[in-house]
Design a protein around this ligand. Sequence first.
Ligand code: FES
Ligand code: FES
Length: 153
Amino acid sequence: MGRYRLHVNGRRETVDVPGDTPLLWALREELGLTGPRYGCGIGACGACTSLIGRQAERPCVRTVADSTRERITTIEGLSADGDHPVQRAWLELDVAQCGYCQPGQIMTVVALLAANPDPTDAEIDEALRDNVCRCGTYQRIRAAVRRAAELAR
Ligand code: FES
Ligand code: FES
């Protein structure tokens, strides 16, 4: 066990866990941030996607010990009242079905639009290629990315 300081959603947090604990576990179990979902645990489904710095990354495959220098943003920290342009677009187009994958989809899109405010359909597909949605909401996700880009302009 060890005490690790994490910077999550603008707050300094301390977690008491072994250093090789997956960051996703610390977020969900120690800090109560259940927006990042557990899907596969091997970086393959995108359900846990959160921002590490400005990059969309998968906290299921990085350790707590390797995360102490980073600014971590989960979907809970994206906006105070759900009014981030990507969240507004998601609501407007009623994207979610069961919703399980959606925090990961949204955080991937936040990183995409931060780097590329006007992505092409091919760029949207590439960015979201490894975010799995078992409900098949892909068409609505693409439309919502385009709408979020408009809202952010
Ligand atoms: S749970 Fe992290 S990528 Fe699947
Ligand atoms: S909305 Fe159900 S898995 Fe994506």
